[in-house]
Design a protein around this ligand. Structure first.
Ligand code: Z5A
Length: 217
């Protein structure tokens, strides 16, 4: 009996307005062209309950949210998403492309809000076990560029109302993650024109697939 090869988890990360949503579509198209079946997902969210938690997290009409509450809600959403959608897909051999995952908790709640890394690590282990993304694409631009790109959109959510200094800490948080996990995390210079950003993504994706056991070009 042949065994199903587990799918890969690819995550996209970065600060506000770096182009994750735009480039997520590009990654999905890249996979489609190679006839790789995938599930497109996002966090916080991804199931009915997890999307309700997302609404709570982004709501601007709430009382001040304690950083630990924010972190626990992020991981509550993630636990639901993993159980209901991500794990079954990976087990069935489907790749999962996720707009943000637990690196965002280290960057936003850790570096941004000041929650100790060890606390996040413990929660991560409780919720994910040893599951980590196979590839993380960290889109990076100067904070001011990302914020001005994002400005063109609708009313800001609770995160988008944060000060510039918060996003600088978050960006630093992502750079730290990339240094800590150089095999998995690939930095993409997202300050460049979209076509150049997507060339960088293609290169990283090509190399990732070529490094898979039994990869077919
Ligand atoms: N969060 C958290 O704190 N902890 C966690 O664990 C998780 C999340 C999982 C919601 O995330 C919030 O949750 C998020 C962090 C927190 N808050 N913030 N900030 P989200 O991912 O849904 O929200 P977001 O970060 O605000 O992402 P976004 O709004 O979807 O932005 P984006 O996807 O990075 O950007 P975009 O929409 O693709 O692009 C923005 C504009 O720039 C658009 O007009 C594009 O056409 C343009 N663009 C993109 N790339 C380029 C280039 N290269 N050149 C020129 N113009 C470009």
């Amino acid at each position: 009996m042949s065994q199903i090869k587990r799918g890969n988890l690819i995550t996209l990360e970065g600060t506000e307005g770096v182009g994750k949503t735009t480039n997520m579509a590009h990654v999905c198209e890249w996979l489609s062209t190679r006839q790789i079946t995938y599930l497109a997902a996002r966090e916080p969210g991804g199931t009915v309950l997890a999307e309700q938690i997302r609404d709570l997290l982004l709501d601007t009409h709430t009382e001040a949210v304690a950083p630990v509450t924010e972190l626990l809600l992020m991981f509550a959403s993630r636990a639901q998403h993993l159980t209901q959608r991500i794990e079954p897909a990976l087990a069935a051999g489907t790749w999962v492309v996720c707009d943000r995952f637990s690196d965002a908790s280290y960057a936003y709640q850790g570096a941004g809000r000041g929650i100790p890394e060890l606390f996040i690590k413990q929660l991560e282990h409780m919720v994910q076990g040893f599951l980590q993304p196979n590839l993380t694409l960290i889109l990076d631009t100067p904070v001011s560029q990302g914020l001005s790109r994002a400005k063109s959109r609708s009313a800001p959510d609770r995160f988008e109302r944060e000060q510039h200094a918060f996003f600088e800490r978050v960006r630093e948080g992502y750079l730290t993650r990339a240094k800590k996990h150089p095999q998995r995390c690939k930095m993409i210079d997202a300050s460049l024109p979209l076509v150049v950003v997507q060339e960088q993504l293609n290169e990283v994706l090509d190399a990732f697939v070529a490094a898979q056991p039994n990869s077919c070009p």
